[in-house]
Ligand binder design. Sequence first.
Ligand SMILES: [Zn+2]
Length: 356
Amino acid sequence: MDKDPTNKFERIGNNIVKKMMGLKLIDKPRAERLTSRYTVAPRIYGLRKTHKNTCKLRPVVSCINSPSYKFNEDIQFTLEIEQNNRISFLDILIERREGCLITDWFIKPISSGRLLNFESNHPRAQKIGMITGLLDRMIKLSNEAHWEKNYKIISNLLLKNGYNKSFINAIVGKFRQEVSNRLNNNIRVANSFTYCRFPFIRGLSYEINRCFIGTNVRLAFYNLLKINSVYTKLKDPLKKEERSGLVYKITCECNRCYIGQTKQFLVSRVKQHVNDCKNVNAAKDNKTALASHHFDQHHNFNFENTSILDNERNWFKRNISEMFFIKVNNTVNKRTDTNNLSILYNDILKKYKSEI
Ligand SMILES: [Zn+2]
């Protein structure tokens, strides 16, 4: 292949979206949602299949941020044919019996049966939530005739994942009571709390949560150590020039640096900076801090060695990240660039700066 066709496919896709909007098949907000920018070519990688003897590697094509990525959610096809009057789809099994459709909660035979382990470093409430969620899903997906059998399956699954009998019986018993109350009275108590996401650190997190007693705010904990931080990275990393949604650093000959953020490809953004530093633009009004430094101090920036400090597609988070890096580096950035960063961070950033 002589030329990377990614841009061409991006254009073709966007033209189809435009045409569909012209024909009034989709409205403007949807067309905007389907229009792609800064796309990259899909990447292939291999996933180890541990439960199969043959074909040890399943090839996976990751289409994230590829030209057709945004269409994915709109196109979904699947075809299955029933066997013995039964057909399964995801975690539901549908059975044709005497003219009626009976459903049951279904676990694939290859399921590992692994759940959040009782010994895992997670809040107790999260373990209870996991069990209740499992029970709730089972009840919603299966016909009442299957409930007893499924309660037993779930209890056995939990035993295998380190939960003790009395813990299981207490949670399952409470859940069964709630289900029968629900069936009898048809009421469900709505909870009126507002939840905020907060990292789970055993001991500390509960103490912080206690500060909110008497308010309608509660913390919802998440674990800092995620599964993908344990396994090696499977996908090839994107090349520097193919990456977008970045916080970057350009160093000056005086060793100070400029920190910026962009949603574009890095090369495009750097090109704009190079252009800003051309003499024809010296008299321009709203110059960037980088261009001002270049013209005021007669210094040159080392554009070839632009480094990436952070990758973040979310605009809000990217701005916070940029301000952090401006604070801890010796920069040429304007003072106003960090106006939106809360002073609460000052002490911790000062400490961090002294350590690097
Ligand atoms: Zn300089």
